[in-house]
Design a protein around this ligand. Structure first.
Ligand code: SF4
Length: 494
């Protein structure tokens, strides 16, 4: 029942793949004697949403049992004795991506605290846009924070609520926060799950026999043989206990603004979100990209793995061969903790290698999902060219990323985003491609939902492409420039 000792583990920025990184995935299960083992498997399926840390808290009817650590799920929970210690028929779990320079185990979730009504563990995916404001208010009233995580803001709001029952305190806390959250909680009697009123981050409900499961993506159901039931509705709170499942909607109803970038990159392609198979959506985005910007070429290649479905869709649309012109090494891990300076620049080659025989003398359309800083794109274009490609035409299955995300995705500060500093021709010149094109915002919408963007009331969150944030950014209301505020968002996430 004791947490693991703090272990600071270096992250490896030079292995960064140059894309925005997802912040978290959550998993909760109630009514299963293998709750901890199933949670570990579920977290393993969610590993793409965060590779830096993971944790599970279980409850055995008398005691809570937490285990949290830095590292990947298999490393943390691979030892059967760890799972054996996590006793009980209810558990919640979390995987986390923590930013460079943020080593603290104190921030690894689920966070646990003893309240006067009993223990409560909490884990969430997303980012609150008024966390700093709420934190300052709470501190001024005497609250002592042990972590820099938004999740602890939830804990203090629950602790200080005047509500009587836990669920009243819980919904009182939800009514005070702004931003994006998909949240799971474990008390002595209940598993509680909640999704923000805009439904920015995904959250799904599933069933395994008589057990209920709530998790970030449906791929976590598949690994344990559970059935997908439905998405948790925006603004919905689900309470699961021995009496079954209760759904309440205590927050004002709002139009859903799901993160459209989940479809482009973050979610696993085999997940089902809003009744859409993510893989099929990505193929449709690739086809739309081809209709908007195709150029004469001999073959279509993806930047693997995330560019693969869009490249298949692109190739199918224009009738060109789809080839694996780049081969990805899947075994890049923590082996190279302290690279020598001389080999540091080879980082991108650790992950991708050009398939020279395929590329030699060819005009290549290369499909990737996004350009963030542009450094990876530049290296990959160079690699394909050095392998003998005659022309390299880069096609991107998202619109230019011009803004930072404040809803739980780790994007760099705006000034570091290539598209915030250059037009398409400027970006093309910098990455060294023969041509460069991005799918349009309307094209992306059509591929995802079959309709162009409703300008008056957009169907999704697309703020990183349009600068139209669907919530107030309260923590930015003091006049601080947005370009400086990814730092604040980062502070909020820690
Ligand atoms: Fe998703 Fe972009 Fe909105 Fe962030 S700003 S939630 S990445 S669409």
């Amino acid at each position: 029942m004791i947490n693991s000792p703090p272990v600071d583990q270096p992250v490896i920025p030079w292995l960064d793949n140059g894309r925005p990184r997802e912040e978290c995935g959550v998993f909760a299960i109630h009514g299963n004697q293998d709750a901890a083992a199933l949670s570990a498997l579920g977290l393993h399926a969610l590993q793409h949403r965060g590779q830096e840390a993971a944790g599970i808290v279980s409850f055995d009817g008398h005691h809570f049992h937490p285990h949290r650590d830095l590292g990947q799920v298999g490393d943390i929970f691979g030892d059967p004795s760890v799972i054996e210690r996590l006793k009980g028929e209810a558990a919640i779990g979390h995987v986390r991506y923590s930013t460079s320079g943020d080593p603290a185990l104190r921030n690894v979730q689920p966070l646990y605290a003893d309240f006067h009504f009993g223990g409560l563990a909490l884990a969430h995916n997303g980012n609150l846009t008024n966390a700093r404001t709420l934190r300052q208010e709470l501190v001024s009233r005497g609250a002592l924070f042990q972590s820099t995580s938004d999740t602890e803001v939830f804990q203090h709001l629950i602790a200080t609520s005047a509500g009587g029952r836990l669920i009243d305190r819980f919904t009182d806390a939800l009514s005070q926060v702004e931003g994006a959250y998909s949240l799971v909680a474990l008390s002595r009697r209940k598993v509680i799950a909640a999704r923000d009123p805009l439904g920015v981050r995904p959250l799904s409900l599933g069933r395994l026999g008589s057990s209920w499961i709530v998790t970030s993506e449906s791929c976590a159901f598949d690994i344990i043989g559970a059935d997908f039931v439905r998405d948790v509705d925006p603004g919905e709170v689900i309470v699961i206990d021995d009496n079954g499942l209760e759904s309440i909607k205590p927050l004002p109803k709002m139009k859903q603004r799901f993160c459209i970038f989940e479809y482009v990159y973050f979610a696993r392609p085999d997940s089902l979100i809003e009744d859409r198979n993510v893989y099929e959506v990505r193929k449709r985005i690739g086809a739309e990209l081809a209709r908007e910007s195709h150029i004469a070429a001999d073959m279509v290649i993806p930047v693997p793995d995330s560019g693969v479905p869009a490249a298949i869709g692109y190739a199918g649309e224009v009738g060109l061969p789809f080839e694996l012109g780049l081969i990805r090494n899947h075994y890049v891990g923590r082996t190279f903790i302290e690279p020598r300076d001389e080999i540091r620049h080879l980082g991108v080659k650790l992950k991708h290698n050009a398939n020279r025989e395929q590329l030699m003398g060819k005009r290549v359309v290369m499909v990737d999902d996004s350009i963030v800083r542009g450094t990876t794109a530049k290296k990959i274009v160079e690699m394909v060219r050095q392998a003998g490609a005659k022309e390299v035409h880069l096609r991107i299955s998202s619109p230019p990323t011009t803004q930072s995300c404040f809803y739980g995705i780790d994007t760099p500060e705006r000034r570091e985003l290539l598209a915030a500093q250059h037009d398409v021709e400027g970006m093309r010149a910098l990455v060294g491609a023969d041509s460069l094109a991005f799918v349009s915002v309307d094209g992306l919408y059509k591929a995802v939902c079959g309709a162009a963007r409703d300008k008056a009331s957009p169907q999704f969150c697309d703020a990183c492409f349009t600068d139209e944030y669907p919530t107030s950014l309260t923590d930015l209301a003091d006049g601080t420039e947005k370009s400086q505020l990814s730092l604040l968002a980062e502070i909020g996430r820690r």
